[in-house]
Design a protein around this ligand. Sequence first.
Ligand SMILES: [Zn+2]
Length: 334
Amino acid sequence: MVCGVLTVSTPSAAQRKYNIEELPRIPVDTVDTADPRVKIITYTNNTWDYYLPDYESLANQSVYQEHWTTNEVFAYRDVKFADVPESMEIELVKSLDGYHPPVLGRVSSRYGPRGKGMHKGIDIGLPTGEPIYATFEGKVRYARYNSGGYGYLVILRHPNGLETYYGHLCKLNVKVNDYVVAGQVIGYGGNTGRSRGAHLHYEMRYADLTFDPERIIDFSTGDLKWQNFVLERGYFNISSKLTEALEEEDGDLGDMFVDKEGNPLSSEEIVDNLSKAAAKPKTTVNDVIYYKVKSGDNLYKIAAKYGTTVGNICKLNGIKSSTTLRIGQRLRVR
Ligand SMILES: [Zn+2]
């Protein structure tokens, strides 16, 4: 512990009368340092201390011992939905610096039903390489490439038991079992996994169950909505524990047919985008994937979406490229 005395310009007459030792020493403020984990506490008598929390003992709390797995997305397989309390009060932060938005940007897809599946998180558009921040302090439970569609994925567990997921990253900046503070850069945003266009896929889970992160964060401003939050069992999506994979492809397919301003591209540019997308491997090659045809789909769009070719889809389904697709038709795309 290092201590010191802040330089005070012209002390008032009243201050001059007292020795520093006699003044009340009550913490008034904390000041950030270059290291996000180290703070300076200032006191009423103009003295200060460095403050470095004991991360080793924080990282050894029971919340990081029980149901702790670092090589699988889900850690609470033995916890049944019925075991989750009807309602629980969760302390999100102790102080204002206990929170940092994961990234600021346009919300491109919200939590909830999407297509035939369920979007288990919220998508925020970003340029590749944008720093992604830990929303709360906690311990890194998972930090690796995920072949279920998340791409490079970081999962943080927080002291209150909540977990936050950060998907499609281009690069990781933490490793499993690291202890991080709110606002620490855990990775960089990107377009890895089953993703179309660089964005952050952000989830909040409790006991592997998802709920809408917009209940806690206002993504238009980046602000935290509550210091203490009442998490109701009714907020959870029961099916969110069924699969570890992203059920639907993330992102905006429209980006391949329009430019950044939304103006239509020339057919050459579209073909170029589609062939680039087809060349990009999306999932592990052994996965068999079916796709349900939606309104407005055609074979070229679907092929691009799954990083394959029209020829391959035709072969897998015994159809011709000229075959008219029906809405709701199931196509094997891999
Ligand atoms: Zn998403």
